[in-house]
Design a protein around this ligand. Structure first.
Ligand SMILES: [Zn+2]
Length: 247
């Protein structure tokens, strides 16, 4: 009998390099363009990592390099080594480090100069834009209410202001008294993301919401300058607000 029972089956079709790279790219996308291992690949891909390696001379890292090159042409950076699998927390920690060092919200160029462990592009990609990344960071640091905080107290202050100068209309007040994102960030950063009265911080006290407070109330002529602004938690801000009304 000339027939031999062989374990291996004939290859159904030869896979082209493009098809292999398509598959690699698909998996990379799944992992947010951070590094993935053979075992990760095999969980998701429709071809086996051995097929990939065989094509690239038996080397997995050669395959990853080819993928990295291809992604670069699309302006996507494949995160390798220590950058692999960044959690939001890792990203936020890095943002905090750089933010503190600079003393203000980092721009793209500033970020790149700070030798970050996470690239600008990967943060940009993860959060769909730099501004959004910064907002998400602040929300993470402040208990997710900084951006809308002035609205909560806008009503109180507006009525107070009206009592003093009835001619000023409410929308005008809202426009003037709303504090720009940049200023909010500066105040939070200066106060180290803690309530300056009781020291509570969202990082250590879950559920803490930070607000940007006017030291001299807006209704009494206090401005949006850094010296007149402070970080307060919800409770302390409410307490202060009530005292202001009583005065
Ligand atoms: Zn407080």
């Amino acid at each position: 009998m000339g027939f031999k029972f062989e374990f291996g089956r004939p290859r159904i079709k030869n896979i082209s390099e493009d098809e292999i790279l398509d598959e690699l790219e698909e998996v990379a996308k799944h992992f947010n363009y951070s590094y993935f291992r053979r075992s990760d690949f095999n969980k998701i891909a429709e071809i086996h990592s051995a097929t990939v390696e065989r094509h690239f001379g038996g080397s997995w890292s050669a395959a990853v390099r080819a993928l990295s090159k291809r992604l670069k042409r699309k302006n996507i950076t494949l995160l390798l080594g220590r950058q692999r699998g960044n959690s939001d927390e890792t990203m936020f920690n890095e943002m905090e480090r750089i933010w503190r060092k600079l003393g203000h919200r980092p721009s793209r160029d500033e970020w790149r100069k700070m030798k970050p462990i996470i690239s600008y592009d990967s943060i940009y990609r993860r959060f769909g834009g730099w501004t959004n990344a910064c907002l998400k960071f602040i929300e993470y640091k402040s208990g997710s209410s900084v951006v809308s905080s002035h609205k909560v107290f806008g009503k109180v202050d507006t009525s107070k202001t009206r009592a003093i100068s009835p001619k000023v209309n409410a929308t005008e007040i809202e426009k003037t008294r709303s504090i720009s994102l940049n200023i909010r960030l500066k105040v939070l950063n200066r106060d180290k993301f803690r309530c300056v009265f009781c020291g509570k911080s969202p990082a250590t006290d879950i559920g803490t919401q930070l607000h940007i407070d006017h030291i001299v109330p807006f209704s009494k002529g206090g401005g949006n300058n850094l010296e007149n602004l402070q970080t307060l938690c919800f409770e302390c801000n409410l307490g202060k607000s009530n005292r202001d009304v009583a005065e």
